[in-house]
Ligand binder design. Structure first.
Ligand code: ADP
Ligand code: MG
Length: 378
């Protein structure tokens, strides 16, 4: 969303100029799904669908308005506590709560404007957290770097909002770079950047289906991973070699084994994907993305009929290098890597095949890999 639009909305709503305008992107994850809460590897890219926030300090309670969701509950940045605000206010108020130990936070007036779909697995939640993180960092003079803000955003989502997620989304919205995917080790938080192959486009294929059961099933998957790791005596599944998992099959329930098998093999696929990208081996990229989707479908069981139909439609469409579901699953979007010169043909083919299979029209669009959250120049 452009800085001008949100600046104008702010002036209309609050009758004066904003002190700061920030922008935080959503993300796609190319590979490494459901590994971030197991200490594993992920490979996201930030996308040019973003959340912008225009804000200024105020006296009195914080008052926020979103172009999509309207006015938030008012709250005091210095005292707001978990469980006292509802709806989308939780993401902004939770950032104040998470940053309070870092300095004195002012209350703010703010306008949120976004062109990032909500609940499609493109991580609008991390984008809104990071946007407010940057706003308070600037207006409170906290002097934190983006990596620290991502860690605070993770605390906001897990402890204030109450979704026990991993740290990928916040790190992606904070630290990704233009034109690149970001390889992240979620145990050490080390990052490295890989340029996307020349002539390759990232294409989003949004089924627009809601992610039913996502919250409870997500926490359930996480608990199963933790019990498998505990039974096998490792701190997280990241530490479990595939051979040990295979040898210990009898120790685990069938479900624990299949969930752990996905996580352990997904880490291996992510490492291979990074190598394939470095070497420009596009045929390997396709195989690995397909392997990831199938593992999420059969062993981790977090796809849906819509996501499976979308992935299938993408695999068969002209110019497709690779495709898979992206994000937590149960609904939402697939990501495809597509030959740049064939994006229009790809979109047409994938849309037609999906419509035939599901009787519904998906949203398919190409996006650019962009930089992480930052202040917009004034
Ligand atoms: P995802 O992160 O995949 O988009 P989530 O359910 O994790 O889905 O986060 C979506 C929530 O984030 C929304 O329900 C809303 O509370 C908040 N949110 C996202 N975008 C906006 C926005 N533009 N304005 C206000 N709140 C938003
Ligand atoms: Mg989210």
């Amino acid at each position: 969303m452009s800085a001008e639009v949100v600046r104008r909305l702010f002036a209309e709503r609050f009758g004066g100029p904003a002190e700061v305008v920030v922008r935080a992107p959503g993300r796609v994850n190319l590979i490494g799904e459901h590994t971030d809460y197991n200490g594993g590897f992920v490979f996201p890219a930030a996308i040019d669908r973003t959340i912008s926030v225009a804000a200024r300090r105020t006296v009195g309670r914080s008052c926020l308005i979103s172009d999509a969701l309207g006015e938030s509950d008012a709250f005091d940045a210095a005292t707001v506590a978990p469980g006292t605000v509802a709806g989308w206010t939780r993401y902004a108020a939770g950032m104040a709560w998470a940053l309070r130990g870092d300095g004195t936070l002012p209350d703010i007036e703010a306008v949120v404007a976004s062109d990032l779909p909500m609940g499609s697995g493109l991580s609008s939640s991390a984008a809104i957290e990071m946007a407010f993180g940057v706003v308070w960092n600037v207006l409170g003079g906290l002097g934190l770097d983006n990596k620290t803000l991502a860690q605070r955003a993770h605390r906001c989502e897990t402890q204030f909002v109450g979704l026990n997620c991993g740290i990928m989304d916040m790190m992606a919205s904070a630290l990704c770079r233009e034109g690149c995917a970001m390889f992240l080790d979620t145990r050490s938080l080390e990052v490295s950047y890989a340029p996307l192959p020349e002539g390759t486009a990232i294409v989003l294929c949004d089924t627009k289906t809601p992610r039913e059961l996502a919250g409870s099933a997500y926490n359930d998957r996480r608990a199963t991973c933790e019990s498998a790791a505990a039974k096998l005596g490792v701190p997280s599944l990241r530490e479990l070699p595939l051979e040990r998992l295979l040898a210990a099959r009898e120790t685990l329930t069938d479900q624990e084994f299949r969930r752990a098998f996905h996580v352990v093999t997904e880490d291996l696929r992510s490492l291979q994907f990074a190598e394939a990208l470095r070497r420009g081996q596009t045929w390997r990229i396709g195989t690995l993305m397909r392997g990831s989707h199938d593992s999420l479908r059969l062993d981790y069981e977090v796809t849906s009929p819509a996501l499976d139909a979308m992935a299938e439609a993408a695999w068969n469409a002209p110019g497709c290098i690779g495709a898979r579901m992206t994000g937590a699953g149960f609904g939402g979007a697939c990501v495809a890597l597509v030959e740049q010169s064939r994006v229009a043909e790809f979109a047409e083919g994938a849309r037609t095949a999906y419509e035939l299979a599901m009787g519904a029209v998906p949203d398919i669009w190409a996006c650019q890999a962009v930089d992480g959250a930052r202040v917009e120049p004034s």
